[in-house]
Design a binder for this molecule. Structure first.
Ligand code: IMP
Length: 430
């Protein structure tokens, strides 16, 4: 049985949640492998809207085991709030459908305060983070001073770790950032209580995945953010602090790379980005306004207006290589309706020379001008289309061109937010 990794191919917000939800019908297990509550996955099921920041999007399917892998950074308060909300809407949550790795790093309140205070201090040079403490938590993981779920559920360990870590955090918060410090006591009681609530869900997720694989069950690995926000391969330093690329699923879930059989790249039919950083195809004109308005391009985590522009095939080709993509899922195709012509960036031009790869420095990427190819647009509303052959000729032409440029077959096309507004050309699990 194949396992599938779902990754974002752009700068996040490609619509991964909807595709994961769709594919979960065939997966017995869904695993989040990186990121934290900087992600926001929006699903619309039967007209009802769900937004998840931490809980894997597969949770709405009865009989599916959802797991949070060791590569995730988890804010326990947000996680418990999502569980409470789901229970409030009639979903039963327990170890039978939600498990949390004992090795997952915990986002502590000082991580969030550091994130916000640091961004404020940077002023115009800020990254534009989500302010959720993601970067500082990953820093502590790599600095070997992180608090993991196994510590959170053990009050003695939690107390000892906090006593060890807080003097350094407080020094930095107070003396460098001019922010308020924390006491061990104020964190300990609140976090130990949350640890106790989470304890029944805690497991060795790597072992659970291994068991599922050995029983021949399909496993779906759910990436958050996108390839160009990857700490190694993205537009550094305007990136997140984890590895959203498919390889991140191996380390972030605890599986061998040979278990990642298929990689489905989610491609929004245009490009969006939130926060700072270069964006060669950004449209600061009425095209950008159309994409924001018709695509409802406001962040599901921070509510920020997303920056919008044409599809960038340079970015997508890079993603195809970095992730080993085996299929594409095109989302929000309906948003392009009425735009004519439709543009696709096929290369960058710098000082009269064309290139089809992304330069490693921001300085050089900022100098890249997009080279566009124009294809005819279409006027027809696509939201009712359920078979590929029923698309207008111009739409089919656009999709074929994207496929050619990226060199990866299109397997899924989404024409609206609802589960039903989807065309499966080829099932990634087949
Ligand atoms: P952080 O992940 O909060 O540290 O933010 C770093 C950068 O990644 C910022 O530009 C954020 O806007 C961006 N980012 C983080 N998570 C997401 C996401 O889920 N979608 C889109 N952008 C994101």
């Amino acid at each position: 049985m194949p396992n599938v990794v779902v990754v974002g191919t752009q700068w996040g917000d490609e619509g991964k949640g909807k595709i994961v939800d769709l594919l979960t019908r065939q997966a017995k297990m869904v695993v989040r492998y990186q990121g934290g509550n900087n992600a926001g996955h929006t699903l619309v099921v039967g007209g009802e809207k769900f937004i998840f920041h931490l809980v894997p999007s597969g949770i709405l399917h009865p009989g599916t085991q959802c797991c949070i892998g060791n590569g995730v950074v988890l804010d326990p308060e947000v996680f418990l709030m999502e569980i409470d909300r789901l229970e409030g809407r009639g979903f039963k949550i327990g170890p039978e459908n939600l498990r949390l790795s004992e090795r997952t790093q915990v986002i502590m309140p000082y991580h969030q305060r550091l994130d916000i205070a640091r961004e404020e201090k940077k002023g115009a040079g800020k990254i534009g983070t989500t302010g959720r403490g993601i970067g500082p938590c990953y820093e502590d993981k790599v600095g070997r001073r992180g608090i993991r779920v196994a510590d959170l559920i053990d009050p003695d360990s939690l107390k000892a770790k906090l006593a060890d870590i807080l003097p350094e955090k407080n020094f930095f918060l107070e003396k460098f950032l001019g922010a308020q410090p924390f006491t061990v006591e104020e964190i300990l009681s609140k976090y130990a209580k949350m640890g106790a609530r989470l304890k029944p869900l805690v497991a060795n997720v790597s072992v659970l995945i291994d068991q599922a694989v050995k029983q021949g069950k399909n496993v779906l690995f759910e990436g958050a953010q996108g390839t160009h926000l990857d700490i190694d391969h993205g537009t550094y330093p305007y990136v997140t602090s984890s590895n959203p690329v498919a390889g991140g699923a191996a380390t972030g879930a605890g599986v061998g790379p040979g278990q990642l059989h298929r990689v489905l790249g989610i491609v929004k039919a245009y490009t969006t980005r939130v926060g700072s950083g270069p964006f060669p195809t950004e449209c600061l004109d009425k095209i950008g306004d159309h994409l924001v308005e018709c695509g409802v391009e406001f962040g599901s985590t921070t509510g920020r207006r997303r920056r919008c522009g044409w599809l960038d095939a340079v970015v997508l080709k890079d993603s195809a290589r970095l992730n080993g993509l085996t299929g594409l899922a095109i989302t929000k195709l309906d948003v392009l309706t009425t735009l004519n012509p439709v543009k696709i960036c096929v290369a960058y031009e710098v000082d009269g020379v064309q290139r089809d790869t992304i330069p490693p420095t921001i300085k050089d990427l900022e100098r890249c001008r997009p080279v566009y190819e124009e294809v005819p647009g279409w006027q027809e509303d696509l939201r009712g289309v359920r078979r590929f052959e029923d698309f207008p000729a111009a739409t089919k032409n656009y999709l074929k061109r994207v496929e050619e440029l990226v060199g990866v077959p299109i397997q899924i096309v989404s024409v609206g937010p609802d589960r039903e507004e989807t065309i499966v050309v080829q099932n990634p699990f087949d």
